[in-house]
Design a protein. Structure first.
Length: 129
């Protein structure tokens, strides 16, 4: 009985240490702010979009995609500087813009990926073609 209690105690301690390490591990980058903001109603379309996260991003694995009228309106290149992602917006139709982001902290593998989306609306501009 005493030997069994010792085995259970050792197993419990090992589980607690492993579980504690996972809980105490690094977190995924969290979106803190976007410009334009989620849900914004703009009179004209912006020339760029900036997303700010809670920690530095890995430039090779972080990206943002912006769609309007069912078509992508930003280039595939995104500028990553520390905890910010910035991308140009090439076309400026009126309507709802849907933004999808994928943010990986640096270095890759040390943190998880955060994926999310937001929208903003543009009131003036050319119609969708």
């Amino acid at each position: 009985m005493r030997r069994r209690f010792g085995s259970v105690l050792v197993a419990s301690l090992a589980f607690a240490l492993i579980g504690g390490a996972a809980v105490a591990g690094p977190t995924s980058p969290m979106l803190l702010q976007s410009d334009p903001a989620d849900g914004a109603k703009l009179s004209t379309a912006p020339d760029q979009m900036t997303l700010t996260f809670s920690q530095p991003l890995d430039a090779h694995y972080s990206r943002v995609e912006i769609y309007a009228c069912g078509k992508r309106v930003n280039p595939t290149t995104v500028t990553v500087t520390a905890s910010q992602m910035t991308t140009a917006i090439n076309k400026h139709p009126r309507g709802t813009y849907k933004v999808f982001y994928f943010a990986n902290g640096t270095p890759k593998g040390a943190t998880g990926e955060t994926a999310g989306s937001l929208t903003f609306t543009v009131k003036k501009g050319p119609s969708c073609k």
